[in-house]
Structure formats: C-alpha cells, structure tokens
Design a protein around this ligand. Structure first.
Ligand code: AVJ
Length: 312
C-alpha cells in the first residue's frame, strides 16, 4: 500500500509533467488545493453566485433529524475532503457523534481545521487523517467498534469522471466497512446559466483560484510560467453533464517546469477541473454501481442541490 500520509513533491511533479505532456493539457484538480487554493475555495463558498454551499447547509439543517433517524445516534463521522470542516457540526451534532475523522489531502489546512474543531467540541475524539481518499485508507484506531458514518459534502464527487467516481465510492465502502452509512452532497443538473455564473464569478475569485495552480507550479516545481498570460474559463458540457475549468493561453509561449520545456499556442488550454452534475436518477445509479444502497434524497425547492443518504 502507498504511504497514505505523504502526497510528495515527486507525486505532484510526476502528475504535472504527465498532464502537461498530454493533448489537451491537463492538471489534476486536487492540486488546486494547496494552502492558498484552499483559502480561495473557502472564499468561493461565500460568493453570491456560488449556491452549492449555502444550499447544502440549508438541506443539512432541514433534515438533521431525518438523517439521525435513518443512521442512528452516536458513532464516528468520517469526512472525506474535510477542508475547513464548517459543515461538520451540522452532522456530528445531528447524530451526536463521539469521534470525528477529517480526511484531507491538504495537510496544513487539515491540522488547523482539526485543532479548531477539537477546541469547539471538547467531548469528541478528533483523529485527522492526511491522505488521498480515492484509495482505500486505514482508519485511525479511534473509530474501532464505532458505527461509521461517512460524510462527503460539497459535491466534491463532481470532480471525478463517472468511472473514477465509481472506483472512489467502492474505496470508501471498503474504508468504512459493511453496514456503514454515507451522507453525500451532489450538485444537480440545471439551467447552464447558473453554472456559468457560479464558476466565473464577478469578483474574480474563481479565476484567482484557478490561476493559483500555475503559481504553485512556478514556486514548488521550479516553473517559469507567465501566469499573467493566462485567463480563467469555465465551460458547461451538456452531453457529459459537467462544468470544466480551463486556463487559456493568451499568446504563443514556451516555459519550463522542473527543467522540462513546454510550448503552448494562443488559445490553447490547460484543463484544471471537472465538476459533474447529477440528476436524481443518475445519482442513484452512481450509488448502486459504487457499492452503496440509496436510502434517502432531499433537494432544495429550487432544484439546485441534492443531499443523499446511502448505506454499504
Ligand atoms: C469543491 C469540487 C465541489 O466543483 O463546485 C468551485 C470546486 N471549482 N468553483 C465545485 C470549485 C470552482 C467545487 N468542488
């Protein structure tokens, strides 16, 4: 098994060199979330155009009791991609959890978030786990003998293609074990205008979030990318049902990353993120294919966002 506690510089470098050598160029979305990227993403969640966060929080509040009735009270909440853990208390309070395991790839962010969660919930055991949750992970000893409730909010699953999402859900089922539950948020398919605004906000925060990945390449991988010569672009693909984020070269250019030379033509893009959207039917199909049994689903009155409860 790979060392789950280290997402090393060489992993990052290898992924970037591979992605930039592909046609079209791509950088895996998880590399958007360094410290600065995670901060910018938190800012995105507060934007007026970015409805998912507030809508999901509304659903968690409205259905806290329904969730507790379905999954029972007590046990461990294991959160995949915990970020700043702002939604967590809505679930841990609802089910009166005694253990919280935040899992995140951004280690600095994770440590701080775990510390502040522990301070705010002194009676709970908090056992953070730094790692890539698309693979099966060994959970910390603190969850032993506890009922397990996975929490995967924010439509983070939307980052993955359908087949990668299926693999990840199977990994999560393996990580959590037979009988475990999952509360998962998934963004709904809807009028694409809503996506265009949400992924290209007027204040330019999403653009800064996207461009930050190039700054990472420059500072961490000895890059010479002219960041100012790129523009953020968000595009909706109706057939696949996803929003794509790209960085578009505004002129012909060449640059180096870790000594390796790359060339781009004006208008050529680096694909940095997918955000898949799911109808209720597609969400249920994804659950079943991923090894989960759908128990309940709630959508807000505007049909923006779905909150699902599944069981292994
Ligand atoms: C964290 C993947 C759920 O796709 O909406 C927000 C990331 N990208 N704005 C999303 C994101 C641009 C977000 N996820």
């Amino acid at each position: 098994m790979a060392d789950i506690l280290t997402e090393t510089r060489s992993d990052f470098l290898e992924a970037v060199l591979t992605g930039l050598s592909q046609m079209p160029k791509v950088i895996p979305a998880r590399y958007l979330y360094d410290r600065r990227g995670s901060e910018l993403f938190e800012q995105i969640t507060c934007l007026p155009e970015y409805y998912p966060t507030r809508t999901e929080i509304g659903l968690l509040k409205a259905h806290a009791h329904d969730i507790a009735r379905l999954v029972g009270v007590g046990g461990a909440v294991i959160e995949f991609g915990s970020g700043s853990s702002v939604k967590t208390p809505l679930l841990t309070d609802a089910v009166d959890a005694s253990v919280y395991v935040p899992i995140d790839i951004s280690r600095d962010f994770l440590r701080e978030a775990a510390r502040s969660f522990a301070r705010a919930h002194p009676t709970m055991t908090v056992a953070p786990l730094a790692g890539d949750f698309t693979r099966p992970l060994a959970l910390p000893p603190a969850v032993e003998g506890q009922r397990k409730l996975g929490f995967f909010p924010g439509s983070t699953i939307g980052n993955l293609t359908h087949s990668a999402a299926v693999d990840m859900l199977r990994s999560m089922a393996e990580t959590l074990g037979e009988g475990a539950f999952m509360v998962i948020g998934m963004d709904c398919r809807k009028n694409p205008r809503i996506f265009e605004a949400a992924y290209d906000d007027a204040a330019g925060v999403t653009a800064a979030f996207n461009l930050n990945i190039l700054k990472r390449l420059n500072s961490e991988l000895d890059g010479s990318i002219p960041v100012d010569a790129f523009e953020h672009r968000a595009v909706w693909h109706d057939g696949i049902g996803r929003v794509e984020m790209h960085l578009v070269a505004q002129r012909d250019m060449s640059f180096r990353v870790a000594g390796k030379l790359f060339a781009m033509g004006e208008g050529e893009t680096i694909h940095t993120e997918n955000s898949h959207k799911y109808t209720a039917e597609e969400a249920r199909l994804l659950a079943r294919t991923g090894g989960w049994n759908p128990l309940a689903m709630w959508v807000d009155e505007d049909g923006l966002f779905g909150l699902h409860v599944w069981q292994v």
